[in-house]
Every structure is written in C-alpha cells, then in structure tokens.
Design a protein around this ligand. Structure first.
Ligand SMILES: *Cc1c(COP(=O)(O)O)cnc(C)c1O
Length: 362
C-alpha cells in the first residue's frame, strides 16, 4: 500500500512524525495566517496573532494534560539539553541533586550538572535494562532533588511508577514520553521536554514547573538561564521560536479533536502491546533489551540473533518503505520509536513485516 504523498512508515527516534492533518493545516495557513496577510513566521512574536497562538497552546496543554493551576508552563529554547544546565543553575543553591542513570540522556544530564558544581550532584543508582527502585536509602542525606529520565529513548525502558521520597522534589526529563499517558503532577516539581518527539517539531522546550518552586529559583542568573526571568517576560525574553510553538498548538488542537489524552494513552498501549506481543511470541527470534517490567511504550528495542540478521532486517524493511528502525549507535540492534503520533496502522505494518521476516529467516 502506498501512503498519501508517498510518505513512508517512519519510526524515527526524533524528530518524529507529525499527523498528516497537521501538516495539511500548516500548508493551508502558510501564506496567509488567519487573514493577517502574512505567515505566522513573518510577524512579530508580540502580535495579537502570535499571542493568541501561545496562549491557546498553554491553555490546551493545561486542559489536555490536566496540569493543576499551581504549575506554570514555560516555552523555552535550547532543547532538553539546556535544561540539563538550567536545573542545577537554578536550584543548586537549595541543595543537592541525585541523578538516576538509566541511559545516555540521564548520564548527559548528570554530566552537565557536574560542570556547574560537582559537589552538589551524584548518581544515586544506575541500570540499563530495568528501572531501579529508588528509596530514601538510595540517597545521600540532605538530597533535595531527584532527577529521572522518565523514558529512556536509547535503552527502551520507562518508569511505570515514579519514585516518591519525603522532602525530595522530583524532576523529570520527559522528552521522549511527555503527554503519552496521564500523570499526577503533584508527584513532580519540574517536568521538561523538547517538542520534537511527542509534541511537534524541534525549537521549543516545554517546562512545567511547580509555582512555589519557580519562586525559589536562583534570581541571580543571567536572564537567559533564569526560570524567573523567562516567566516574568512571558517567555519572550528572546524572540520566541514562533513556528515551533505554532506547530505545538496545532498538535494540541489535533489531540483535542481526536479523543484527548484518554484515547491517546489507549492507542499507545495498543501499539506497544502489539509489538511486544510479537517479540514475546517469537521463541527468542526477536530478543527484547528491556526487562518486561520496565518496558517503554515509546521505544521498542530488540535484537535478532546476529548483527548480520539485524542489518538484513533493516534493509528488507526499507524495501517496504519502513524506515529509521536501526538502534542507536551506542546500543545497536533495532529500535522502533512509536511516539504519540505514530498511528496504529503504522504499527500494524511493521508487525506484519516482523512476522513475515521471522517466518522466512528462522
Ligand atoms: C531526545 C532526548 C533529549 C535531547 O533533546 P534535545 O532537544 O535535542 O536537547 C534529551 N532527553 C531525552 C530523554 C531525549 O529522548
């Protein structure tokens, strides 16, 4: 079957697919945004049009994700990676941050914190194939914050339950699973995610931050690195990444019109169960990397018997327009990234391919 516009079955680990409907809307509005006489990219970020877009995106994100009113939503630049630095810069004055190393992104977050002050951060636990259980005993006394990577994009593991430790504020890098399921915001002090995997395109990073924690941020920083300055300036300290926020808003409208987070979470479960089902029923032909109890619904990682067979699996898939399924270079094997906007149909296509490949190569 040939997809619309010759689009492929794209399982990219990020940037990832955008719903066709959203791409169509972008195309329709590109030359003249809502009778403004120009595209959204060509007008002031302080225009009523762009303010409308930004305010609507904040409102929709709050409604759809059920973000309580005592949390603020910031749209920043610099990727998730800048948050690796902003978090220690804004909060080390309060106390120590413990990091859980569950993969390369988690380790990068720790490495950046170390550059700010290596005495104020440490790795409390680490594990590749499974999410460790973190208790008070895992932490050094006086630890004030715990940083986790809620979904480990490269290893294919994901927290099923979040650690809850008295007097320790949880901070989560949700870049690869934000909005994919309902969460209880009261469990978190800060959640951050760049948009290009589950929320739209690169260029904007969403930071959801508890209001009282925002008030306690370091107010002595250069403005671009300060949560307080960004908040006080409506996130328009520098010219906003207007197009990225515009696409984020369209994605949220799309979700609002397509069953909201309840339906999205259901779809994500169906997609992941479909693919893990094939792995589990393959008699070891497909070997999952992650322990079952820690499996990610977003990144399905596995390997076949040999590197040659992995390569053949990838090459023959490409002949069927199934692309971007090779594992991360640090991990090898196969990785199917099935973020929020990958359709059930796309997962059915790769499932069908996996079954046929197994039949002819076992
Ligand atoms: C992709 C990814 C990042 C990097 O995001 P950038 O926006 O490129 O900085 C960070 N953390 C996780 C968990 C990721 O999946």
């Amino acid at each position: 079957m040939i997809k619309n516009y010759g689009r492929k079955y794209n399982f990219s680990s990020g940037p990832s697919q955008i719903p066709l409907e959203v791409l169509g809307k972008i195309k329709d509005e590109l030359f003249n945004y809502q009778e403004s006489g120009m595209s959204i990219m060509e007008m002031s970020h302080r225009s009523k049009y762009f303010y409308g877009v930004q305010n609507n995106a904040i409102k929709l994100l709050r409604e759809l994700y059920k973000i309580p009113n005592n949390y603020e939503i910031l749209f920043l630049q610099g990727g998730a990676r800048l948050q690796f630095s902003m978090i220690p810069l804004n909060y080390f004055h309060i106390g120590r941050i413990a990091y859980i190393n569950t993969g390369p992104w988690a380790l990068d977050a720790f490495s950046e914190a170390k550059k700010v002050d290596e005495k104020l951060c440490y790795i409390a636990n680490e594990s590749k194939e499974e999410i460790p259980i973190i208790t008070e005993k895992s932490l050094i006394e006086d630890t004030k914050f715990l940083h986790i990577t809620s979904n480990n994009t490269i290893n294919g593991t994901q927290y099923q339950d979040y650690p809850k430790i008295k007097n320790v504020t949880l901070i989560a890098d949700m870049t690869s699973d934000i909005l994919s399921k309902k969460i209880n915001f009261e469990d978190f002090g800060i959640i951050y995610a760049s948009a290009q995997k589950n929320l739209g395109i690169s260029g904007v990073t969403v930071v959801i931050i508890n209001r009282s924690l925002l008030d306690k941020a370091n107010s002595d920083l250069p403005a671009s690195l300060s949560y307080i300055s960004h908040f006080n300036e409506d996130c328009m300290l520098a010219t906003s990444p207007t197009f990225s926020i515009y696409v984020l808003n369209l994605i949220l409208e799309y979700l609002n019109n397509n069953g909201q987070i309840e339906q999205l979470e259901k779809n994500n479960i169906v997609k992941a169960e479909m693919l893990y089902g094939i792995i589990d029923n393959s008699n070891g032909f497909y070997r999952g990397y992650a322990k079952k109890s820690s499996r990610s619904r977003m990144n399905i990682t596995f390997t076949l018997h040999s590197e040659e067979l992995n390569k053949l699996f990838i090459r023959l898939a490409e002949e069927e327009d199934i692309i971007n399924i090779g594992g991360h270079h640090k991990r090898g094997g196969i990785r199917l990234s099935i973020y929020n906007w990958i359709s059930i149909e796309d997962c059915e296509k790769i499932s069908d391919y996996m079954i046929r490949f197994m039949e002819s190569h076992k």
